[in-house]
Design a protein around this ligand. Sequence first.
Ligand SMILES: Cc1ncc(COP(=O)(O)O)c(C=O)c1O
Length: 387
Amino acid sequence: MELINKADKYFMETYCQLPVVLTKGNGATLYDNKGNSYVDFTSGIGVNSLGYGDENWTKAVEEQSKNLAHISNIFYNLPSIKLAEKLVNSANMSKVFFANSGAEANEGAIKLARKYSFDKYGEDRSTIITLKQSFHGRTLTTLSATGQEKYHNYFFPFTEGFKHVIANDYEDFVNNLDSSVCAIMMEAIQGEGGVRPLDEDYVNKVIAKCKENDMLVIFDEVQCGIGRTGLLFGFNHFDIEPDIVTIAKGLASGLPIGAVLCNEKLSKVLKPGDHGSTFGANPVASAAALVVLDKVCEEKFLESVISKGKKIKQFLNNTGLELKVRGQGLMIGVQIQGDASKIQKEALDKGLLVLTAGPDVIRLLPPLTINEEELEKGLEILYQVIS
Ligand SMILES: Cc1ncc(COP(=O)(O)O)c(C=O)c1O
């Protein structure tokens, strides 16, 4: 309690923190400062994709931090060049810009889309359509992009030029189109908004309309990308090719990183001085991300994510409880009858960490490397708590 009181004294009150001080982890198990252990179904909100203490990851981070922890982008560094090559080729894109977080990656994507449109069509074509219940970050611009009213408060004036349409409603999308629209940005599975996947038919129709009118398609893969849903990207569940893809969270399995990927059409839009970030392409974060990408791109790795996801869904669908289970791979939402944050607290007391996504959705984002034993133990606790 003493530590928590101290934290409450010094931190701004931005987070509803749970009363536990975590000190170390191993695999998908975390330990607190009192020696209690917890099965982790959160992975730092989709960050620790390789869990805790992964040998290759630790070695790469240790070696790179000994050699060169940081260098400015006015010079080149080795790990970021290797990462750029691997990422661009695995994603089948053309170029990458490195940032440090999801919000920063989305800011980069928004700038890129607007500049493409400005260069080609002039000033009045800058509106970006996003979806209701989306989440795109906490900067003023990404809050504007976020399609949830609760985030559009206090911090006025917000960035202009965003319209929010109903997800999976093609009519609403078309009704909101006008000559000012330059792009649409969406999550293949809305994470913070309740783990809600987009329908394939909707995505196909929206993209066809965008291609027809040279409106750019941006996929925010910050939460659902890098293997989380059992494919490299969430949008890989559809047969489509976005113009811009943003990633962050799980990319470096625990170090801050973000990235904007773009296709050939956009590869020359940003010129020297148009964008930048002091810590972007940091060598240690890049070395960590290389380990993650190598692992995620290994044959069979993504199959294991899919099969673990199926196991979770099967378990939850067979409990006899009234649950609605959504999501893909290891990004799962469980809509319950009661209060999700109450379940979260009770699970913590029993040794399981889970997330919420709205008042009645429990969100499960375990490390992609979670083993069978940890998975079964976590599910058993979840069942006890929900029932
Ligand atoms: C889909 C999506 N985009 C963007 C963000 C913002 O990422 P960050 O917190 O790294 O800025 C999040 C964070 O939850 C997210 O889920």
